[in-house]
Design a protein around this ligand. Structure first.
Ligand code: GUE
Length: 287
């Protein structure tokens, strides 16, 4: 048996086309969705990601602004820029690319973004809204994973056991909350878990979000499981690879996401969806 691929590029194309339509409709009413991306320092990987995000905005007809600053930018100056963007009516979403230089407290920066413009879903208010089921912005990577599950008919997860590997604030924890909201039975595993394989072998759905190669191998999953790979690592040849032993797991799983071409493009797609939503909320409030 060979698992069916969940193609993040194909699904993104479909979802981005829907966003483009919504953006055109709102623009026709005089409100063009706008995203501001802030990049501090010259990390080459960050520069590439940020350019991809700006390009994705242009493709769906958003207004986008890229603000680049030297690595020496002070925290106070960054906070002042965020304050200005919070009050800029042309901007509906603000993304500060992480990681930030060491002298800047990323927690402080994220909390300075208005929750109404927090399209990354990283603000405490966004995390809290997700936890209690209120309106807010969902973190893009786990949100994209949920859309990938939906695309294979897994929307209501009642009766399913989902096992998340990793407990980060940006993926593992919000992922678990979204799976729970979809009625799954959820297990969160992490570096303190005694027997990871014993947990993952029970899973109908496994989400690997650790940032380490081969965290999930074929012997650790049950036949027919759905495998979502959030990892972004480089192998010995410098090739992009995930947290999952893809070649092994695809022989056992029913569905699996590739890296690249899986969760990565979906993260950017959900950023567009959140920015669209932010602009639509402004329009709805203005009526
Ligand atoms: N405030 C903030 N928000 C983020 O969402 C954020 C961030 N900071 N800092 C960095 C990480 C990383 N990230 C990626 C998104 C898409 C791909 C992506 O599209 N990857 C392609 C391939 C890219 C390649 O070939 O290198 C893929 O998986 O197919 C990768 C990485 C968002 N991040």
């Amino acid at each position: 048996m060979s698992a069916q691929l969940i193609d993040g590029n194909a699904l993104s194309k479909q979802l981005r086309a829907e966003v483009a339509q919504r953006a055109a409709a709102l623009t026709a009413r005089g409100l063009k969705p706008g995203l501001a991306v802030i990049l501090v320092g010259d990390n080459p990987a960050s520069a590439v990601y940020v350019r991809n995000k700006v390009k994705a905005c242009e493709d769906v007809g958003f207004h986008s602004v890229l603000e680049k600053y030297e690595a020496t930018l002070s925290e106070a100056d960054l906070l002042a820029r965020i304050d200005a963007l919070n009050n800029d009516p042309a901007i509906h979403g603000i993304l500060v690319q992480l990681p930030l230089p060491k002298h800047i407290d990323d927690h402080k920066v994220i909390e300075a973004i208005s929750p109404l413009k927090d399209v990354d879903g990283f603000h405490v208010a966004s995390a809290g809204a997700l936890m209690v089921g209120e309106v807010g912005f969902k973190a893009c990577t786990p949100y994209g994973c949920m859309k990938m599950l939906e695309s294979i008919g897994l929307k209501d997860l009642r009766g399913k056991h989902a096992v998340v590997i990793g407990r980060s604030n940006i993926v593992g924890k919000p992922m678990a909350m979204m799976l729970l909201a979809a009625n799954a039975t959820v297990t969160i595993t992490h570096s303190g878990t005694a027997d990871l394989a014993a947990m993952t072998r029970q899973a109908d759905i496994v989400v690997a979000a650790v940032g380490k190669r081969n965290v999930l191998t074929a012997d650790m999953i049950k036949p027919g499981a759905v495998v979502i790979d959030v990892g972004m690592n480089r192998n010995d040849e410098g090739k992009l690879c995930g947290d999952v032993d893809f070649d092994g797991c695809r022989e056992v799983a029913s569905h699996i996401t590739p890296v690249p071409g899986g969760v990565g493009p979906m993260t950017i797609t959900m950023l567009l969806v959140n920015t669209m939503e932010a602009a639509e909320r402004v329009a709805a409030a203005a009526v």
